[in-house]
Design a protein around this ligand. Structure first.
Ligand code: NAD
Length: 379
């Protein structure tokens, strides 16, 4: 089976879906790997390294997109969809709940689509969990962005010029990205606190040495929500904002990562809250792609409001493209190993992992949430 690995630089993407290390493993499993020229350049993986690992480096995009299996780190453009063969399998980060129209086009092109976003978050599928590996990088990078933007040190320093107090960092949303942000800010010496609506997050936050912010609001149980948060009712949302304001104002840095799959990100930092922060404080909003956690965030722009810097980067994972590509490629290898059987790639919709990932098959959209979005309903 031929795997196509496209060059996605034109989509402002620095990651590559397969690395030379994973190429060698795929070649051992009798895959033929077709890498488009320069696909790994921005992540530090050269064509000659892919060749040494057993890949064929192909000069044209259509040769990679035209394979019977294609792996991608971004949803394909119309032009790329046109290069996919009918009956091909497309695996990758495809944002099916945010881009249902792309899914509809893939179904119409009779492409079987497997999205990492909908792989179940189970122990068995942990090694294929691209959302987690990429969110880890985003959480780490967000803290570095904040540390660079702020005019303070993160650690406490005891110097002959006096003692410098450590920076105070508040993390909102303690999922995968939030937990990594906590760990990174702690490593840099900041005093860290965090809030999440899920009850299970408290113990995880505290195990990283941060303080969990306890609000007078019902905490959601993971068993009831499948590990994800639910949207708050209007009244609970109002109470949340009223209580969170003081915590936001007390911190030098706010890193917000709160998200609800397939929905607008919850609003957690209002304009008034920003105005109550000390000038020079920094907010890094990781949720801007789905509407943002901060009312003033603008995607990929630096907003300065009352002296507070608000950053809302959309592509932090590309900043550490070597390692995010390495993690993505390993997750992909584990996923492919799960799919491959003696007869080749098997799309077994009775298998929990494959069924979870499968968005289109046999010319149809098979994911119920995407179907409902396409029919104009909520997912
Ligand atoms: P996510 O990106 O969907 O959301 C980020 C965080 O925002 C979550 O912790 C969520 O609870 C929080 N959030 C949502 N609304 C909020 C609000 N109003 N206020 C404060 N916080 C809010 O989450 P994720 O990082 O993808 O993780 C989701 C869940 O999946 C977690 O329970 C995580 O432990 C679990 N998980 C399980 C596995 C596994 O078992 N293989 C792997 C990864 C993640």
């Amino acid at each position: 089976m031929k795997i196509g690995v496209p060059n996605q630089a034109a989509q402002h993407e620095r990651r590559v879906a397969i690395t030379p290390d994973v190429t060698a493993r795929l070649v051992k499993q009798e895959f033929e790997v077709m890498v488009e020229t320069g696909a790994g350049d921005a992540a530090g993986f050269l064509d000659k390294e892919f060749e040494a690992a057993g890949a064929s480096v192909v000069p044209e995009a259509f040769l990679a997109w035209g394979c019977n299996l294609v792996v991608t780190v971004r949803p394909p453009s119309d032009e790329q969809i046109a290069m996919l063969k009918a009956g091909a399998v497309l695996i990758g980060l495809l944002q099916p709940l945010d881009e249902p129209q792309v899914v509809a086009k893939l179904a119409a092109a009779n492409v079987t689509t497997l999205a990492f976003e909908t792989v179940p978050r189970t122990t068995k599928a942990q090694s294929m969990d691209v959302l987690s590996s990429q969110a880890t990088a985003a959480g780490y990078q967000a803290v570095l962005e904040a540390a660079t933007a702020i005019t303070k040190f993160f650690p406490m320093l005891m110097t002959a010029a006096g003692t410098i107090a450590p920076a105070k960092v508040l993390v909102l949303g303690a999922g995968v990205a939030g937990l990594q942000a906590i760990a990174t800010a702690r490593r840099l010496g900041a005093v860290v606190s965090a809030y999440d609506v899920r009850a299970a997050a408290a113990e995880q936050v505290e195990s990283l040495g941060a303080r969990f912010v306890r609000l007078e609001l019902e905490q959601q149980k993971d068993e009831a929500t499948g590990g994800y948060a639910r949207e708050l009712e209007e009244d609970a949302q109002k109470r949340l904002l009223m209580q969170l304001g003081d915590h936001v104002a007390r911190n030098d840095v706010v890193i917000s990562t709160a998200a609800i799959p397939g929905r607008r990100a919850p609003l957690l930092v209002t304009r008034e809250m920003v105005e109550a922060m000390h000038p020079g404080s920094v907010i890094v909003d990781l949720a801007v792609a789905t509407g943002g956690n901060c009312e003033l965030s603008k995607a990929d722009e630096l907003v300065v409001h009352h002296g507070v810097k608000i950053l809302a980067p959309t592509d932090l994972v590309s900043g550490v493209a070597t390692h995010t590509s390495q993690m993505f490629a390993r997750n992909t290898l584990n996923f492919l190993t799960h799919l491959v059987h003696e007869e080749g790639l098997r799309i077994d919709l009775k298998d929990e992992i494959t069924a979870g990932a499968c968005i289109t098959h046999d010319g149809k959209v098979v994911n119920e949430r995407v179907k409902s979005l396409l029919e104009g309903g909520a997912n």
